[in-house]
Design a protein around this ligand. Structure first.
Ligand SMILES: Cc1ncc(COP(=O)(O)O)c(C=O)c1O
Length: 409
């Protein structure tokens, strides 16, 4: 059979497959829309056993808001086009929502990309990457590629970034990464401390403030005013957390236009998935989304804290949708024992080997967490459910056993 013939046969098989699938899908649309939706959820959860409680990746169990869901469904027929105007529309809407001019905003598929691009643009073998410990590791991984020295500075006693220590530790700094509220502790770093960092940082370096979780905390504490003041600062925001769009991928960098320009050669001006654009715009138009979801998270987090306190456990005073819980025993044991009870909790940071990161899920998730945690702490021996490899290995500070990176959250 000639290669062309194989191609034709393959195309026909593919066409037939899609025709059958399309017919089945349209039959479903008429007769059983909810069943189709339920099937989709099951597929998403295929890494986990049925009935699993998934509170391991700081995701939002509420998912996209109703307006975003409708926008996503409505845009499907346009999927064959780049629709650049949708990116312009979101840029304008987003810029307005944070009070900057559109040229101070760049939209990306999530905030991970601009984070990586900034590390590549501002660090090198002679310009170090400075971060908190425990802190979010993504930029640290990018530093492997830029060849930068990674300087990890322990958090203060109140779990804030230790700004004087960060400045003192890296006279050669290229980029200071400040995550507020901090992942994994959920604790903020004061605006005044960021101002101090900007005033005292080495010439030519920048401050990167990651505000992925700020909507759950105090939005007034944002560092965006320092962007407006023309400082050497980039603020990152994402639609992955409070907006519940982690799988849809949308984020933004807010900075002076000359700083944003440095991201363009790396791919910063590329086309966006139009699904992400319309879902993000719809979410921004939802007036009550942020206060409503913040309230839900605060209430469930506080109830969880109250229960933990009543049981004698300590945890970080988080303002976000996750917190660090001290298990006072090797955390990996507890993670595995919880997984055996189908409750999947977050990772370990080597600096705090007895702590677990717990994401705040729905109230039902947290009730299940409490039941499982109480049982595990009473007797944490038996492990009957083997974690899928990727999840089991995610305990190792974001690296797989062979040293490659694990996609972290
Ligand atoms: C602090 C922080 N920054 C950035 C990200 C990346 O998020 P995304 O690329 O989904 O916007 C995460 C994800 O968990 C995070 O925790």
């Amino acid at each position: 059979m000639s290669p062309n013939q194989t191609l034709r046969n393959d195309s026909r098989r593919t066409f037939l497959k899609f025709s059958v699938a399309a017919a089945a899908a349209s039959a479903f649309r008429i007769v059983n829309e909810p069943m189709l939706a339920a099937a989709a959820v099951d597929r998403d959860m295929q890494h986990f056993p049925p009935g699993a409680v998934v509170i391991n990746a700081n995701e939002n169990p509420l998912g996209p808001c109703d307006l975003a869901r409708k926008a996503l469904a409505d845009i499907i027929p346009e999927g064959g086009r780049y629709c650049w105007w949708l990116k312009d529309e979101l840029t304008k809407l987003f810029a307005e929502s944070v009070g900057v001019k559109p040229e101070y905003t760049a939209i990306f598929p999530g905030s991970s990309e601009p984070l990586h691009f900034l590390v590549m643009a501002f660090t090198s073998p002679t310009r170090s990457y400075v971060t908190a410990d425990p802190g979010y590791e993504s930029g640290m991984h990018s530093s492997q590629l830029s060849g930068a020295r990674v300087v990890k500075v322990p958090l203060t006693k109140t779990y804030a970034h230790d700004i004087p220590a960060m400045i003192a530790a890296a006279p050669d700094a290229g980029l200071f990464y400040v995550c507020t509220p901090n992942n994994p502790t959920g604790t903020p770093t004061a605006h005044l401390a960021i101002e101090e960092l900007l005033a005292k940082k080495p010439k030519g370096s920048i401050v990167l403030v990651d505000e992925a979780y700020i909507h759950f905390a105090d939005l007034n504490a944002t560092a965006i005013d320092l962007v407006k003041a023309g400082q050497d600062i980039v603020v990152l925001r994402t639609f992955s957390k409070i907006y519940g769009m982690a799988g849809i991928r949308c984020g933004a960098a807010i900075a002076r236009p000359d700083l944003l320009e440095k991201l363009i050669p790396q791919g910063g001006g590329s086309a966006m998935p139009i699904t992400a654009l319309v879902a993000a715009s719809a979410s921004l138009r939802h007036e009550h989304l942020v206060p409503e979801r913040k309230q839900i998270n605060t209430t469930i987090r506080q109830k969880t804290f109250d229960w933990l306190s009543s049981q004698g456990y300590t945890y970080t005073p988080s303002e976000a949708n996750f917190f660090m819980l001290d298990a006072k025993r090797p955390a990996k044991q507890v993670i595995d024992a919880m997984a055996a009870k189908k409750v999947f909790i977050g990772r370990i940071w080597p600096a705090w080997p007895t702590h677990l990161r717990i994401t705040v899920g729905t109230q039902a998730d947290m009730d299940a967490f409490q039941t499982a945690f109480a049982a595990v702490m009473k007797n944490s021996t038996g492990v009957s459910y083997a974690l899928p490899d990727t999840l089991a290995n995610s305990h190792r500070d974001g690296f797989l056993a062979d040293g490659t990176m694990f996609p972290i959250a």
